[in-house]
Write a protein that binds this ligand. Sequence first.
Ligand code: NAP
Ligand code: ZN
Length: 336
Amino acid sequence: MRIRAYAAVEPGHPLRPFEYEVGELGANEVEIDVKHCGICYSDLSMWKNDWGMTQFPFVPGHEVVGTIGAVGSSVKHLKPGQSVGLGWFSRSCMECRQCMQGDHNLCAGAEGTIVGRFGGFAEKVRADKNWVIPLPDSANISTAGPLMCGGATVFTPIVESGIQAGDRAGVIGVGGLGHMALRFLRAWGCEVYAFSTSPEKEDDSLHLGAHRFVNTKQQGAIESLAGSFDLILVTVNADLPWDAYIAALKPRGTLHVVGALGSITASVFPLIVGQKSISASPVASPAVTAQMLEFAALHQIGPIVERFSLSDANDAFTHLEAGDARYRIILDNDIP
Ligand code: NAP
Ligand code: ZN
């Protein structure tokens, strides 16, 4: 069978119609008929081969929602027609200690949906049954895509850091990931601060759940908040005034990085004296993804989206790269 998709043949080259051949569906595989696919900044970084691991032709897309078209012979818990989502990961070994303890996203053999395989800018995409997550009945299928990578990525540190209702949390960057983090943290019961370089995002940030908006371009804005945060979540992929953000943490506070930035240079003494931590994490395990989807459905949390047709994916990439997306782009599959 041939699958129709959109691919770039070289780094940064336009996405063009592309077809590839697939064999029989594996016993543990699921084939998803793609309805919608969000665009994450990681799709853009992979398209440009910024991380040196992209294989071409490259089919982006790892915020997939759709319905199951077919299941392999060993798949019993999923049925054709069911609404599901697929995120950054498509497979993990299911044998290592990380997989066995529920940290499948930390499996050394975990395969990315767009790393060495063809992603969701396509009519169909295949993945291992364990990484295909059923959507809750009340989920909005047309906007759920961005939850599968962006949403799951910011939800993991909320669950795993132990941050509690009443604690103060900051989110750096009101973009695709950051705007969903504001909503999740507000619903979690935290006092939420948005740190942004874009003053025009203040009203949206407050509507999304931030109690306070901090324009980080203002001199001294971060410094004035010294010693006050339990958790600060970094969702940008740029160099930041790290010492100022570490100073903004309370003792035992954590600066948690999910933005794919190159390196962090920070003074160690403030970390020692305040027993503060810098941590980071990759997306989410299947269980945390399912928990996130339930939490999002319960609290009616979803992304604010702009819609493009899959055939206009190049325009969508240009829009995202310009920093103009408000706040997540979803491509609607228009492959006839
Ligand atoms: P995005 O929609 O472009 O949002 C990034 C935000 O960062 C922007 O909206 C902007 O917010 C801020 N920003 C941009 N340039 C900046 C600069 N030079 N200095 C300070 N802030 C800047 O991107 P995204 O899709 O949310 O992805 C964010 C990052 O997360 C990417 O690096 C992506 O690859 C990574 N990611 C990681 C994981 C993981 O598993 N760890 C998963 C998904 C994505 P303001 O206008 O508010 O400043
Ligand atoms: Zn992503």
